[in-house]
Design a protein around this ligand. Structure first.
Ligand SMILES: NC(=O)c1ccc[n+]([C@@H]2O[C@H](COP(=O)([O-])OP(=O)(O)OC[C@H]3O[C@@H](n4cnc5c(N)ncnc54)[C@H](O)[C@@H]3O)[C@@H](O)[C@H]2O)c1
Length: 335
């Protein structure tokens, strides 16, 4: 396991608490020796199972798979080192910090034939699963377009976890919108053909670079999407787990957002129908970690395997480029 505090610390908890009967952590890596020693002690690991360097860990630890939950620029080199050492990989989003690094990681998965999955935990929430069922079962007829909204009040420096998220270029896109672009693919049932939009940084932002943006997509199944991303929200917020999605179907509108499970269906001339989506035994990260372990045990490949999730990551790169030059982007050019 590469990383052991922050999101990585939560992975260690999920792996040991929910999958402890199937997963044993054989080695732990972190550049922060304090969290490494602390976490290693709690897991009962020996000194020769603790590392500050992923390359040394990949060379010395014999394991079936490697989990990676470090900041984005370390994902691809660590994943490639792990696959070169014969380990399957499950890695946090975004896949990497550049398209080249993401493609190198995907190419290594193809070359080695090893499973490589990317975390897209928001797909595995009860209300998002319900939205997909409504579309797939045609309960409200055909879908024409989706409007998605993310808005968090991160006006205070370091309010979005660590300082690096406020200091990096295009933090909204790499750390935030990658989830929402992936969600718009998931909810629409299509892949993006054409992408365009704008990004900006309000004067009062706590970010060094753009905290906000508006982006449009035309999907290859005819569905259109519009997305508002705002990490400088001061009024109506739709922060993590409460992002607002509105799907316009032939026979009504479906919305989610106010809470983590609620779904609202509105049909012209009728009272809105509001209900909680069916509960899930495995949701979010826990779903993805279990799906991955099942894959290693001979089950179906993860839906968010790197070969497919590269299509979500390409949207981040396209968003970055359309923000800079104002031109629409064809996603096929990135893949
Ligand atoms: N899916 C989600 O909902 C979600 C939520 C938060 C963060 N994340 C993702 O998780 C990843 C980590 O984010 P975070 O906020 O936990 O970051 P963080 O800065 O807290 O780092 C996580 C851990 O990685 C360690 N680390 C940093 N560089 C390392 C290196 N080169 N080698 C080994 N260990 C290293 C840190 O010391 C820390 O313990 C990012 O990719 C982020 O996008 C995902």
């Amino acid at each position: 396991m590469i990383g052991c505090s922050g999101m990585a610390g939560r992975w260690v908890d999920w792996l040991s608490e929910r999958l402890g009967d199937r997963v044993e952590i054989a080695g732990l890596v972190d550049v922060n020796e304090e969290v490494l020693g602390d976490r290693g002690g709690k897991l009962g690991l020996n000194d020769d199972q603790l590392f500050t360097d992923y390359e040394e860990a990949c060379a010395k630890v014999k394991a079936d798979f490697c989990g990676i939950a470090t900041p984005p620029q370390f994902h691809s080199p660590a994943a490639i080192a792990a696959m070169d050492a014969g380990m399957a990989v499950i890695c946090e989003k975004p896949i990497a910090d550049t398209l080249e690094a993401a493609k190198a990681m995907a190419a290594k998965a193809v070359e080695t034939g090893l499973p490589c999955a990317i975390i897209q935990n928001y797909r595995y929430a009860p209300n998002k699963q319900e939205l997909v069922r409504i579309r797939e079962e045609g309960r409200l007829g055909r879908l024409q377009h989706i409007v998605g909204r993310y808005a968090c009040d991160y006006r205070k420096y370091e309010s979005w976890g660590k300082a690096w998220r406020h200091d990096m270029d295009f933090g909204l896109l790499f750390e935030g919108s990658v989830h929402h672009f992936d969600m718009l693919r998931f909810l629409s049932g299509g892949d993006c053909e054409v992408f365009q939009g704008f990004g900006w940084n309000p004067q009062w932002s706590s970010f060094k670079h753009f905290s906000s943006g508006i982006y449009l997509m035309r999907m290859n199944n005819g569905v259109h999407t519009a997305y508002e991303g705002n990490s400088s929200a001061a009024g109506v917020t739709n922060c993590w787990h409460r992002e607002h999605y509105r799907l316009e179907f032939e026979e009504g509108t479906v919305e989610v957002g106010g809470d983590e499970v609620g779904v609202q269906i509105t049909r012209v001339g009728q009272e809105p129908e509001v209900y909680d989506a069916a509960d899930m035994e495995w949701a979010g990260h826990e779903y993805l970690l279990k799906e991955f372990v099942d894959w290693l045990d001979g089950g179906a490949p993860s839906a968010t395997r790197i070969e497919d999730n590269l299509k979500s990551f390409a949207l981040v790169i396209a968003a970055m480029e359309t923000t800079v030059d104002g031109q629409p982007k064809k996603i096929a050019d990135y893949l």
